[in-house]
Design a protein around this ligand. Sequence first.
Ligand code: FE
Length: 340
Amino acid sequence: MKKRVISLASITMASLLWACQATSEEVNLYSARKEALIKPLLEEFTQSTGIKVNIISSKADALLKRIQSEGKNSPADVLLTTDAGRLHRAKNAGIFSVIRSEVIDQNIPEQYKDSDSQWVGLSVRARPIMVTKSAPSITLSTYEDLANPELNGQICIRSSSNIYNQSLVASLLAVSDEELIEQWAKGLVANMARSPQGGDRDQIRAAAVGQCSVVVANTYYLANMLSNAEKETDFAAGSSVTVIWPNQEGRGTHVNISGAGILKTAPNADNAKRLIEFLASDKAQEIYANVNFEYPVKAGISLHPILQKWGSFKADTLDMDKLGTNNASAVKLMDRAGWK
Ligand code: FE
């Protein structure tokens, strides 16, 4: 009799568990974005869809490694990361499935999507030139001008191991001859005020204390410094530079993206697609771009006031794919040019 009670109980437990699994909708997000910043947005997704988001946050390259080591047992549904170069690496690693979605096709311009629909861009990150307000008059309107000998000893830029610079060089390779770009890179290296060190914010800080007068940096770093009233020195450093949008007469300013792909092993693939569609929606685009002072991928979304001050600019319309496919050549070229 006792035995029977136990088995009934276990049957009840099993069916309860099954019922729970059938009704609890969730999606597992591996994210290289700051968790505190995207959490409110994801909570909004949960509220409107009933789908719970489990976040694993880490550095971009570590997340890809983790997915690869987890293999087919990975619980990951979506990889959310920055830079087209990294999304391309993830695609090459064979971890993504093809995303088919009318919402995404409608909301996200072709240039910000993978040509095989394995990842989609969700925000735009611009990498213009910044000059100090106190700088001697500099004629600088293109990336190509950075190699001008007039700028000798005036440029602060981070290392060639940084993917943002690799993607910038990859974008130049897409429109010009490799030998010419190598000459350009050598000219840029000759113009460096110091051996590359630190991140984008450190270049702005160095310019502010007079180590250099020309900086190449992503705008969200500058916006972050300008919005951080608690860090007065950063606010002052950020206030000491102005943004120059390069190549406005030509192809436009170099931009990159943050974006996402759905894992081919995703246990919750439908929910993964719904999450990416949500991030591409008007409401989410505004919030998602603003959490890190980026630009929306979707047209017609209002910008953060700090970004509005810098004015509108023409962005390079190069396919983001090219940043990935030209990455290896860009890295080798920078190495040959002596870009540390
Ligand atoms: Fe960054």
